[in-house]
Design a protein around this ligand. Structure first.
Ligand SMILES: C[S@@+](CC[C@H](N)C(=O)[O-])C[C@H]1O[C@@H](n2cnc3c(N)ncnc32)[C@H](O)[C@@H]1O
Length: 243
């Protein structure tokens, strides 16, 4: 997390700030935090006598501050991918398309190594910047079209967030280990159907198709009810295994 040096959260409002330069005082709407306080971890006071929590960034602070290009995979879906694939420090992963890096960086935060394919130059540039700022050494980026093939072999997990994943099935069969996982992220059911039909003719077995809906609750004094708005449909997640 090379680009973010410190996180500040205003105690009263919960407003969050990302500090990128420790050599200067930091200006907030609730006053200035002096540079000598920025190096501390704990509660610090602004020039307007407002309290702030000051601490080192974690992966999640970095993820929230990602430079955004194409639509990212949301945390509700990332969580299920991590849980259902059991990704761990020994996992060798391939991801496509990389997009803004939301999913691949979340995987890189856990796995042994990950190769990411991204075909669009503009998206690749955003991805490259995000990966550089994250500072991980286990990510290899490829400005390549994954429909043309997967260079890697003995892959434990393959994640696909692109329009026509059925074009990757033949390559996936060669790249994936027996017993390994493939996860396909698709916004439309028509795409899911096309993928399921094509997968039937391969050694990739579809296990389940899942949609996650996230609803927050408002909890304030005597109010305890679901929020009116929720994070509804983002995509269907198709979990597969190669046998
Ligand atoms: C919705 S975005 C991916 C977002 C990404 N998963 C994230 O979490 O930030 C889809 C990406 O797939 C890329 N893409 C589409 N077809 C591709 C292909 N055949 N090979 C590699 N990348 C591809 C697009 O350029 C786009 O950046």
């Amino acid at each position: 997390m090379r680009n973010i040096k410190k996180i500040l959260i205003e105690q009263k409002t919960g407003k969050k700030y990302f500090v990128k330069d420790l050599d200067d005082n930091f200006h907030t709407s609730a006053g200035i935090i002096s540079k000598k306080d920025l190096v501390k971890n704990g509660i610090v006071q602004s020039s307007k006598k407002k309290s702030f929590f000051c601490f080192e960034p974690t992966f999640i602070d970095f993820w929230e501050n990602l430079r955004k290009g194409p639509q990212i995979v949301q945390q509700k879906d990332i969580g299920l991918i991590l849980a259902k694939t059991g990704v761990n420090k020994n996992s060798v992963v391939v991801d496509a398309g990389g997009g803004s890096g939301s999913l691949c960086l979340s995987l890189a935060n856990i796995c042994k190594k990950i190769t990411v394919y991204e075909v669009n130059k503009g998206h690749f540039d955003i991805l490259e910047k995000n990966v550089k700022e994250f500072g991980a050494k286990n990510i290899t980026l490829k400005h390549q079209n994954i429909y043309n093939g997967i260079d890697e072999k003995n892959v434990d997990i393959l994640t696909l967030d692109l329009p026509e994943p059925w074009q990757v099935l033949d390559h996936a069969e060669k790249a994936l280990k027996v017993g390994s996982f493939m996860v396909v992220y698709l916004p439309n059911l028509t795409q899911v159907k096309m993928f399921l039909d094509t997968a039937q003719r391969t050694s990739i077995t579809v296990l389940e198709t899942i949609e996650i809906l996230e609803r927050q609750w408002k909890i304030e004094d005597r109010i305890m009810r679901p929020e009116h708005e929720m994070l509804g449909h983002t995509a269907f997640l198709v979990f597969c295994r190669k046998f």
